[in-house]
Write a protein that binds this ligand. Structure first.
Ligand code: NDP
Length: 276
C-alpha cells in the first residue's frame, strides 16, 4: 500500500523523504536538492521538513527541489514550540512558505510541546487553515495524554510524528493504537535509527539476507507493516534513496517478524515517549 488517507479522506504517501541535516552547508545545497528531486521522480512525493533544520536552510533546499512541481508534492513542515502562539505561528508559517517558495503547506506540525497551551496552538492552526496557508495541521512528539488534552481539537489534528523504529517501539503500547483509533496517521521519524547500529544488527542482517534485501529495507518495511503508519527516512545519498524505495514492495513474513520481535521485544508496559 503506497498511500493511506487522513481522517478527511485526503491521500498521503506512506513512504516519504526526511530533510533533517539538509541545508546546513551552502556548498551541499544543490546536490541535496537534486536527490530530493530524484525522490520525487521516483514517486517519493511526501517531503518532511521543519523551520529548525539548518536554521531554515532545509526549507530553502526543499524550495529549490519543488520549484515548478509544487502540485506533485505533499509538503510537511514544523514550527518551533516557541513559535506556536496565536501571534507567532502566522509569522513562522509565512517565513516557512517564503523559504519554500510556495503559498500553502499540506501538513503543518507543532514540532514538540513547549510553553504555549496546546489549545492556543490548535486555534492558531485552525486560523491558518481558514486563511488557506495550510491544508491540515498536526503535532509531533506528543504522547496520549497530550493528545487527550487537545479535547475538541483532537478531531482536527491530522497526524502525530514520533520516533519509531525497531529500537524504539514504546509507541506500540498505547500511542499507536490510540492514533489508529482516531484515524490519525503516525509518521515514524528516524525509521533507520539514523543510519547507525540498527542497520548493522545481526538479526536485521539475517532477515535481510533471507529476503534478498538490505537492512535499511527491512527496517523501513517493518515500520510500514502497521496500518496508519508513514515512514520518512532521510537519504542525501542517491544509492540510499533508491534502496529505500525497495521497502515499499517488501512483505515481512511471520517468521521474519518473530525473529525481529525476539531481538527487539515489543513494549509490555507504558514507557514515556522517546524523542530525539
Ligand atoms: P533516519 O533514520 O532517516 O536515518 C538517516 C540516516 O540514515 C542518514 O545518515 C542517511 O545517510 C542514512 N541512510 C539513509 N538510507 C540509508 C540506507 N538505505 N542505508 C544506509 N544508510 C541509510 O534518521 P533521521 O533522524 O534523519 O529521521 C528521518 C526524518 O524524520 C528526518 O530527516 C526528519 O525529517 C524527521 N525527524 C523528525 C523529528 C521530530 O522531532 N519530529 C526528529 C528526527 C527526525 P545519507 O543521508 O548519507 O543518505
Amino acid at each position: 500500500m503506497h498511500s493511506i488517507t487522513l481522517a478527511d479522506g485526503t491521500p498521503i504517501p506512506t513512504l516519504g523523504q526526511g530533510t533533517w541535516r539538509l541545508g546546513e552547508r551552502g556548498a551541499d545545497r544543490g546536490a541535496e536538492a537534486a536527490v530530493l528531486r530524484l525522490g520525487l521522480d521516483l514517486g517519493l512525493t511526501l517531503i518532511d521538513t521543519a523551520e529548525m533544520y539548518g536554521d531554515g536552510g532545509a526549507e530553502e533546499v526543499v524550495g529549490e527541489a519543488i520549484a515548478g512541481r509544487r502540485e506533485e508534492v505533499f509538503l510537511v513542515s514544523k514550527a518551533y514550540p516557541q513559535n506556536a502562539s496565536r501571534t507567532q505561528l502566522p509569522l513562522a508559517c509565512e517565513r516557512s512558505l517564503r523559504r519554500m517558495g510556495t503559498d500553502v503547506i499540506d501538513l503543518y506540525l507543532l514540532h514538540w510541546r513547549g510553553a504555549v497551551p496546546l489549545a492556543e496552538t490548535a486555534e492558531a492552526m485552525e486560523r491558518l487553515k481558514e486563511q488557506g496557508k495550510i491544508r491540515h495541521w498536526g503535532v509531533s512528539n506528543l504522547d496520549v495524554a497530550d493528545l487527550e488534552e487537545l479535547g475538541p481539537h483532537l478531531k482536527n489534528c491530522a497526524a502525530n510524528q514520533v520516533l519509531y523504529n525497531l529500537e524504539a517501539r514504546g509507541v506500540e503500547f498505547d500511542l499507536l493504537p490510540f492514533c489508529q483509533n482516531e484515524l490519525m496517521p503516525v509518521m515514524a521519524y528516524s525509521p533507520l535509527g539514523q543510519g547507525g547500529a540498527l542497520l548493522r544488527h545481526p538479526v536485521i542482517r539475517r532477515v535481510a539476507e533471507r529476503q534478498g534485501a538490505t537492512p535499511a529495507q527491512v527496517a523501513l518495511a517493518w515500520t510500514l507493516r502497521n496500518p496508519g503508519v508513514i515512514s520518512i527516512p532521510k537519504a542525501s545519498n542517491e544509492a540510499h534513496l533508491r534502496e529505500n524505495l525497495g521497502a515499499r514492495l517488501m512483505v515481512l513474513t511471520p517468521e521474519d517478524l518473530l525473529e525481529l520481535d525476539s531481538a527487539f521485544p515489543p513494549p509490555r508496559h507504558k514507557r514515556s515517549l522517546e524523542m530525539i
